[in-house]
Design a protein around this ligand. Structure first.
Ligand code: URA
Length: 199
């Protein structure tokens, strides 16, 4: 059932012509990128937007940031097939620029549908755009801090389908050229997932 609903959503995304990123997608022969992983996952990771590799393959986090994410997941004892990974924006922005407010708003339908279908108990946001969007959506805007303070903290809230833990992490891309940030990310992954291993 969840799988069918995700397939339906993927088709809608393929046909999402009103997005300002649709022309760029078509001109470059790119694919839109919906989430991937277990359709009954308890943990959902939410990144920012697809990069070039992701737009070429239609798969989230399959380029350099994805390799970094894989190694962080492994260090925390998590397997990609047991979790669900998606983004707040589903088409690649030109030059890998930050997604605009308007783009985040336009694609929010797809993220919200994925959350409705999967109903994750834990949402891990990767990077500040995803953190800002999710904290607001889950009624935690008064707890919003800069990512330098919020990373690795667990925010609990009640949502339509029950209790949800929101956990902001830095985006794995920050660790690509900065060993110190990789250490911080590793520490956050290990700390958080040791604590929630009862799930
Ligand atoms: N960065 C993201 O935020 N998402 C991806 O899918 C790839 C890189």
């Amino acid at each position: 059932m969840n799988k069918n609903n995700l397939e339906k959503l993927k088709k809608e995304l393929l046909d999402f012509k009103k997005s300002p990123l649709y022309k760029f997608r078509m001109k470059n022969n790119f694919l839109p990128v919906l989430g991937e992983g277990s359709s009954v996952a308890k943990i959902m990771f939410i990144g920012e937007a697809p990069g070039k590799k992701e737009a070429e393959t239609g798969k989230p986090f399959c380029g350099a940031s994805g390799k970094m994410l894989d190694s962080l997941l492994e260090s925390a004892g998590l397997k990609r097939e047991d979790i669900y990974i998606t983004n707040i924006v589903n088409d690649r922005p030109p030059e890998n620029r930050d997604p605009s407010k308007k783009e985040i708003q336009m694609y929010s339908y797809f993220l919200e549908e994925q959350i409705k279908i999967i109903q994750p108990k834990i949402i891990v946001t990767l990077g500040r755009f995803s953190m800002d969007y999710i904290m607001e959506k889950f009624g935690l805007e008064d707890k919003l801090e800069l990512i330098g303070k919020a990373h690795g903290k667990v925010f609990e809230t009640d949502f339509d389908y029950g209790k949800v833990k929101i956990i902001p992490f830095y985006h794995p891309a920050v660790a690509l050229y900065n060993g110190g940030m990789k250490k911080t990310l590793l520490k956050d992954f290990k700390k958080v997932f040791n604590k929630v291993s009862s799930l």
